[in-house]
Unconditional design. Structure first.
Length: 150
């Protein structure tokens, strides 16, 4: 690549390499990417909302509360991420249906919340026995309105 010659008002000439601009852009890109890198091993997910199509999670100290369009659940342990941002956490899950709650509606039962976090994006799958719901793609800070089946 050919250097550009730049003349400054003082009359001094300097050679300015176009690659220096590329170096600055590359450096800024690395800083931006590191801000969205996966959280480290055994790192707790910060409290706050994560939302997406058909699901919203409110991470709190000690777990999380989860609302789906036609279900509700909770993570019943601290939301700690493994190395690389993966998680597999215990919780409860309760399907819901349209209309008022009935005595015959299913109670909450044990479930696993599995997925990973990459920057501001969470992928979540709910596993209860042999049944699976998801994956859901959620974004940190989002609180979409859900169309509840009620």
């Amino acid at each position: 690549m050919m250097p550009e010659r730049v003349c400054y008002p003082s009359g001094d000439y300097e050679v300015a390499m176009k690659s220096s601009l590329r170096s600055v852009v590359c450096g800024l890109s690395l800083v931006a990417c590191s801000a969205h890198a996966r959280l480290g091993p055994s790192e707790a997910l910060p409290t706050g909302p994560w939302g997406g199509e058909r699901a919203v999670i409110e991470v709190r100290q000690g777990g999380a509360d989860i609302e789906f369009e036609c279900a509700a659940g909770a993570v019943t342990a601290p939301f700690i991420l493994a190395e690389g941002g993966a998680f597999d956490l215990p919780g409860t899950f309760r399907p819901q249906r349209p209309g008022p709650e009935r005595d015959t509606d299913p109670a909450a039962s044990a479930a696993r919340y599995q997925g990973d976090v990459r920057g501001d994006t969470m992928t979540l799958t709910v596993v209860r026995g042999t049944d699976k719901w998801g994956p859901y793609t959620l974004t940190r800070g989002a609180r979409p309105a859900l169309r509840k089946c009620r």
